[in-house]
Design a protein around this ligand. Structure first.
Ligand code: GDP
Ligand code: IMO
Ligand code: MG
Length: 423
């Protein structure tokens, strides 16, 4: 059986968690391949909203196995909180949650380093979620990191101490005013490690290979979005991992030729949380209305998300980089009631019209060029089939499909599991 891959095509928060949950019944294994608790994946069913940060979004289904892959960075403290939440709903995670021995661990000092780095940047800050993601991936590539598999060794605390000591000198080097109580943070960290150690650690690349040999189906769940990719995103305003398709290969040990479908998720408009360029951003009441109706607040930090029109230049770029085979359009319901909708089809880049993503999409270089389409009035949230869609929504869908050249196979019309229309 093949491995399918699901990832975000914009700046994150496209609705990945919701769709992974919807698709889980078709898969044996759901596997996260990168990122960490900077992610906030929201699932809604039976009137309850759940937010997952590190645990794959298949966890609420009875039979699926959920794997946290080697490319993920894990904060034991946040992981424990996620488990505590699952306990409230009697989810039996012990039997179906497996963690890669090669996944790296976020130390309390990684979080402090994140805060120190952001404070030192002043106005140029990334707008990080401050979960220690950047510093942990820096230690990974710098070959200093502490991994899940290390927790099985007798000397792991020594390794921990060496790394934490190094971090303390780095924090001092930043010379910024950040208050923290390390002994208190460590107490919480060591308690959480105990809980983490009660779970099953695996050699996940071997496990996933065996699963493929046994004909099991695997869905790889991306975090963040393609424009936050460390290589292909709006650098430096990005996260520290490869959020694009290649990240699934390195983050799980799955070979590129084993990946079959690539599901690309996008919002019917665009949002971004944190700093960095966003050509179609709206600063007027249209943007405010999207934010209000779309309830655009970060699932991890609660920060308001910036909103704007759909950017097809961005979408086309992300589809290309990822080899997307099917599109999924989320939050179309939020656009009901707009007389006209704008879609960005080109950029004016330093005085020239271009239709690709250039080196810099900063405001001083890029002005979006829009096409305008008719909006629709109807409330979509109770619709259960495409036949009920207003004509102008059908036209909007067709417009995007024609522009990108990839079919939209799922249209989401609300946050609930049930508000999902397959085409
Ligand atoms: P993720 O990070 O990609 O999993 O997305 P988030 O969970 O951070 O953000 C998506 C938000 O939109 C969540 O609050 C979802 O409950 C909500 N959502 C998902 N799909 C839809 C939809 O089709 N319509 C509306 N109105 N909300 C949606
Ligand atoms: P999900 O998986 C939206 C953004 C942050 C910041 C930048 C770097 O829920 O889509 P980091 O904490 O990685 O140092 O932050 O990336 N960011 C996200 N934005 N959704 C996410 O994840 C994000 N994860 C990180 O806001 O701009
Ligand atoms: Mg999110």
């Amino acid at each position: 059986m093949a491995v399918n891959l699901l990832l975000g095509l914009q700046w994150g928060d496209e609705g990945k968690g919701k769709i992974v949950d919807v698709l889980t019944s078709k898969y044996d294994i759901i596997a996260r391949f990168q990122g960490g608790p900077n992610a906030g994946h929201t699932l809604e069913f039976d009137g309850i909203k759940h937010v997952l940060h590190t645990i794959p979004s298949g966890i609420f289904h009875k039979n699926a196995i959920n794997v946290v892959g080697n490319g993920v960075v894990i904060d034991p403290v946040i992981f424990k909180k996620e488990l505590d939440n699952l306990d409230k709903y009697n989810i039996d995670y012990q039997s179906k949650l497996l963690i890669s021995r090669k996944a790296h661990i976020i130390l309390p000092t990684h979080r402090i380093l994140d805060a120190a780095s952001e404070t030192a940047k002043g106005k140029a800050k990334i707008g990080s979620t401050l979960k220690g993601i950047g510093p942990t991936y820096m230690d990974k590539t710098g070959r200093n990191g502490l991994r899940i598999g290390d927790l099985e060794l007798d000397n792991w605390k020594e390794k921990y101490r060496n790394l934490a000591n190094k971090h303390e000198s780095m924090i001092a080097f930043y010379n910024v005013d950040i208050q923290y109580d390390l002994p208190e943070l460590e107490k919480e960290f060591f308690e959480a490690i105990k809980v983490l150690k009660s779970l099953t650690f695996i050699d996940s690349e071997e496990y996933l290979q065996q699963a493929q040999n046994d004909g099991k189906s695997i869905l790889a769940e991306g975090a963040q979005g393609s424009l936050l990719d460390i290589d292909f995103g709006t650098y430096p305003f990005v996260t520290s991992s490869n959020t694009t398709a290649a990240g699934a290969c390195t983050g799980l040990g799955v070979a590129p030729n084993k990946i079959k479908e690539v599901f690309g998720i996008f919002k019917a408009y665009t949002t971004r949380v944190g700093s960095g360029p966003f050509p179609t951003e709206l600063f007027d009441e249209t943007g405010e209305r999207m934010a209000k109706i779309g309830n655009e607040f970060g699932a991890t930090t609660g920060r308001p998300r910036r909103c704007g029109w759909l950017d097809l230049v961005v979408l086309k770029y992300a589809v290309q980089i990822n080899g997307v085979t099917q599109l999924m359009m989320m939050k179309g319901d939020v656009l009901s009631g707009f007389d006209k909708l704008k879609v960005c089809t080109k950029y004016n880049y330093k005085g020239k019209e271009i239709d690709y993503l250039p080196f810099s999409i900063e405001e001083e270089n890029v002005t979006p060029i829009y096409d305008e389409v008719e909006g629709w009035e109807e409330d979509l949230t109770k619709m259960t089939s495409e036949d009920q869609f207003p004509e102008n929504l059908k036209k909007y869908i067709k417009y995007i499909e024609d522009f990108i050249g990839v079919p939209i196979k799922v249209v989401s019309v609300g946050p609930d599991r049930k508000q999902t229309i397959l085409r």
